[in-house]
Write a new protein. Structure first.
Length: 405
């Protein structure tokens, strides 16, 4: 224990006596550790952001597009009836027609960029919305073409401020509707505020039976099917494709099938795979910079061995063992890499905060596990690259070392 303490003191004295050289030696490690932390933290934040967006869209859903213009008739009733024959797979189905640039007014107030969706009583279930005030669209609202709407939290804030909107009338492109419900915010939840999800709060949903009045159309061509479990998605997609193929069997469409069926889970898997590939690539580059830092430590330790050859000879002449010489230089190399790793952790944390705020508009703190991993790798590399100079020092013969000036 006494010898180990003495080795630490000698290492501290050596590093302290050459502060400038020690800092330059650690610079590669500092940059490498910072790079590892920034890369892993930023990629994790990107993945989290993408997953939050997909979750806001609604999980376990299947999107259906059908070119009903080519078919010449509406598929809504037939598709709904077919889905209701699969209760073990499907929880609900809704049209998902969208009105762009709709003018939505309440008295003298006008919203900006609001999306108007025409859906059924299953729209909330299929699109992961929850009504927190009032009620949702009902089956009879669709059948009787009731002029009712459910609004998102941003629309409520923009048009009504703190006033209760239930029972109030708004106009959509001049047509009057009564507000019956308000959706819970997706961008401001218990998990925190996510400005990127405000798009999902700036919505208005009306019964799809108002399609002709609002969109001058008699058919729906976009649908969302909510499956009961993610394990049922593939089976649901297969059955929907068979149904649509049968419906469009008489249509000779020159550019492929006039319909498509896909799932958000496919996007999720692709997003996760791309994120993993990017993380591996950037992590390899960051680790290469750490290796460069390790080479720098090895070089400076070789110089140190050369400078202290006479000291090594004296220690061996008075009985110092090889392992004590090895431990002395290994401790010095590991201290350089450890100090560099800690400095790199501080730099990496600050860089993560700045870059994620600029690039992702998020405040991201590196996970403790990421910091420990980066610092641990730097210490390991320091020991590995310090081993060769340490062994070289321990192999010096006392007579040869004492001759050296």
């Amino acid at each position: 224990m006494k010898k180990l303490t003495q080795a630490f003191r000698m290492a501290i004295r050596s590093i302290g006596g050459n502060k400038g050289r020690a800092f330059l030696t650690m610079l590669g490690v500092i940059i490498g550790v910072a790079a590892v932390i920034v890369v892993l933290s930023q990629q994790a934040a990107k993945s989290e952001k993408n997953m939050a967006y997909l979750k806001a869209m609604g999980t376990d859903r299947v999107d259906v597009y059908a070119d009903t213009w080519m078919l010449g008739k509406d598929l809504t009733a037939d598709l709904q009836s077919f889905c209701m024959t699969l209760p073990e797979l499907i929880e609900g189905i809704t049209p998902n027609q969208t009105m762009w640039d709709a003018k939505i007014k309440y008295k003298s107030k006008l919203t900006q960029g609001t999306q108007v969706y025409l859906g059924s009583e299953y729209f909330s279930v299929c699109s992961n919305y929850k009504v927190i005030n009032g009620r949702d669209i009902a089956y009879m609202d669709v059948q009787k073409r009731n002029r009712v709407v459910v609004i998102g939290s941003s629309v409520k804030d923009n048009l009504f401020n703190f006033r209760d909107p239930i029972g109030e009338k708004i106009t959509i492109n001049g047509e009057s509707f009564t507000v019956i419900g308000v959706y819970k915010s997706k961008s401001n939840s218990d998990a925190g505020n996510n400005p990127d999800l405000q798009y999902f709060d700036n919505v208005v949903v009306v019964p799809y039976s108002h399609n002709r009045m609002l969109m001058r159309s008699t058919t729906n061509y976009q649908f969302i099917v909510k499956v009961k479990d993610s394990s049922a998605i593939d089976d649901t997609i297969s059955k929907l494709q068979v149904f649509l193929k049968r419906k469009f069997a008489s249509i000779n469409y020159p550019w492929g099938d006039p319909y498509s069926v896909w799932s958000n889970n496919e996007w999720k898997e692709q997003t996760e795979q791309m994120a993993m590939e990017d993380t591996i690539m950037y992590a390899i580059l960051a680790i290469i910079s750490l290796l460069v830092g390790g080479i720098g430590i090895m070089n400076i330790m070789l110089v140190t061995v050369t400078e202290r050859t006479r000291e090594i000879g004296i220690r061996k002449a008075i009985g110092a063992e090889r392992r004590s010489i090895v431990s002395q230089f290994l401790i010095e190399a590991s201290m350089l890499s450890t100090i560099g790793g800690l400095m790199g952790a501080v730099l990496g944390t600050l860089a993560t905060l700045v870059l994620c705020k600029l690039n992702l508009k998020m405040v991201v703190f590196p996970q403790p596990a990421v910091i420990l991993l980066a610092v641990g790798i730097s210490v390991f590399i320091g020991i590995i690259f310090g081993l060769f100079p340490a062994l070289r020092a321990s192999k010096l013969q006392p007579v040869d070392a004492l001759r050296t000036e």
